[in-house]
Design a protein around this ligand. Structure first.
Ligand SMILES: NC(=O)c1ccc[n+]([C@@H]2O[C@H](COP(=O)([O-])OP(=O)(O)OC[C@H]3O[C@@H](n4cnc5c(N)ncnc54)[C@H](O)[C@@H]3O)[C@@H](O)[C@H]2O)c1
Ligand SMILES: [Mg+2]
Ligand SMILES: [Mg+2]
Ligand SMILES: [Mg+2]
Ligand SMILES: [Zn+2]
Length: 417
């Protein structure tokens, strides 16, 4: 190994261990080490972020280290810290997921919305019966992408009484100070004619799952928002309080009852707004700390096991919901519960609240209605499934599901991978 390569390895090792004194000393001798990446494609800042070393990350940052450098998976140090749950480090670093969008808009401002609607830059996503218009991805056949249409392409749909419009937000443009607005349009018109006119290679993605897993993460995020709001509109056409007709307001985020005197018009009522259903999803850890419990629903693809999950019920805390659902579905009693992360799941509009929890009993008695089978799995078995090793005894939930993250986080916490 060359002297330079050896020096870099020592530098990266100091970052992994959180040895800020060694880092400072080495940087004072050769500053060019700062943003260099090792054989695995990781920089010192990423390694400090991965292992939660706050002081080491600060030393690197105070030396002016570049926070935008990415590893081979396209992750910055901020993304790495966020993934591994090191929030104190996330706060030190700019990360795509934690940046507050500094754009403010008003859904009540009709003039502003009309101007965005008319702008040639604005992006329109088209839906029919909750299915988004997509086309095959440019890179892989497996991949699909949302069709992003311009205002000219959707002109005749815009004013139609058969179209429902939901404003999705604005995206700040890098080059100028401009803002790119996004809308979802849901049409009742016959899609065959529409498709022929717009883009013959496009199609409406019929089944939500597993079709949605073929989208990029960015497309999936936009779709989660659009699909949840449209699903609410399709189910709540009439006022849930009195059954009267409603009108759509606030750029698609409110349905107001048209019947004078309706109780839903007094005070704030959740019947007027899109609903979000909180669902707890938990990885149950064995009291020995070396195993975790996973279950199988009948509808899962063969071989797949996942975390237990369940809707939060009225009057419950998240901890109580975790304990009740685990008890109902597996007969296991749970003690401590720790929240980790959340995810919007647009089937149709769940907010998945991801937790780790520790069991205080270990005998499993699966509730046969909901869960076909529940079992304890060792960390090695989870690792085998994660890397799709031939020894794997089960199949992981897909990468996009929070259950996958909860499992990956557990493996990482213990093994320091
Ligand atoms: N992203 C992920 O990793 C992931 C993993 C598992 C489940 N999920 C989602 O979480 C949801 C809930 O999980 P579950 O099915 O195990 O819940 P669950 O264990 O509470 O059982 C579902 C049943 O509860 C009843 N129920 C009670 N409150 C409800 C409500 N507000 N809405 C609908 N049904 C209600 C229904 O009869 C339903 O069939 C699933 O529908 C699924 O979409 C996501
Ligand atoms: Mg359940
Ligand atoms: Mg339930
Ligand atoms: Mg349940
Ligand atoms: Zn009403």
């Amino acid at each position: 190994m060359s002297v330079r390569a050896e020096l870099l390895e020592r530098f990266l090792d100091a970052a992994s261990r959180g040895d800020e004194e060694a880092l400072s000393l080495m940087l004072s001798q050769s500053r060019e080490l700062l943003d260099q990446r090792g054989e695995q494609g990781w920089s010192a800042l990423m390694l400090a972020a991965r292992n939660g070393h706050y002081d080491a990350a600060r030393v690197l940052l105070s030396n002016g280290c570049d926070t935008s450098v990415t590893n081979r998976s396209g992750q910055t140090a901020g993304d790495v810290a966020l993934f591994w749950g090191h929030r104190h480090i996330v706060r030190l670093l700019p990360s795509r997921d934690t940046e507050d969008p500094d754009i403010h808009f008003n859904r009540d401002d009709g003039e502003w919305l009309a101007a965005r609607r008319a702008s040639p830059e604005t992006v329109f996503l088209l839906f029919h019966a909750l299915s988004p218009l997509v086309r095959s991805g440019a890179e892989h056949e497996e991949q699909i992408q949302l069709c992003k249409l311009g205002s000219a392409a959707v002109q005749e749909l815009l004013g139609s009484s058969r179209t429902l419009e939901v404003f999705l937000g604005v995206e700040k443009q890098q080059e100028d100070d401009g803002m790119l607005a996004w809308f979802a349009l849901s049409t009742e018109d016959d899609p065959t004619q529409l498709l022929k006119d717009k883009d013959p290679s496009s199609f409406f993605l019929q089944e939500a799952m597993p079709g949605l897993l073929r989208l990029s993460d960015d497309d999936a995020g936009v779709l989660a928002q659009a699909r949840s709001v449209l699903a609410w509109h399709s189910r709540y056409r009439f006022c849930p309080t009195c059954g009267g007709d409603t009108k759509v307001e606030e750029a698609g985020y409110k349905r107001t009852c048209l019947r004078a005197g309706c109780r839903s018009l007094q005070g704030v009522h959740n019947t007027c707004y899109p609903r979000v259903d909180p669902v707890v999803i938990m990885l149950v850890l064995h009291p020995d700390g070396k195993q975790c419990m996973l279950g199988r629903k009948k509808i899962f693809p063969p071989g797949m096991f996942s975390c237990l999950a369940g809707f939060v019920e009225p009057g419950e805390t998240l901890e109580a919901a975790v304990r009740r659902e685990v008890q109902e579905e597996s007969g296991v009693q749970v003690g401590p519960v720790q929240y980790l992360s959340s995810q919007a799941w647009p089937m149709p509009s769940c907010l998945m609240i991801g937790c780790h929890c520790v069991a205080v009993t270990t005998d499993i008695k699966a509730d046969q209605n909901e869960i076909e089978e529940a079992r304890w799995f060792t960390r090695q078995q989870v690792m085998d499934a994660l890397v799709k090793d031939k020894r794997a005894v089960f199949i992981m939930p897909p990468r996009q599901a929070i259950a996958h993250y909860l499992l990956k986080h557990w493996v990482g916490c213990n093994a320091n991978l």
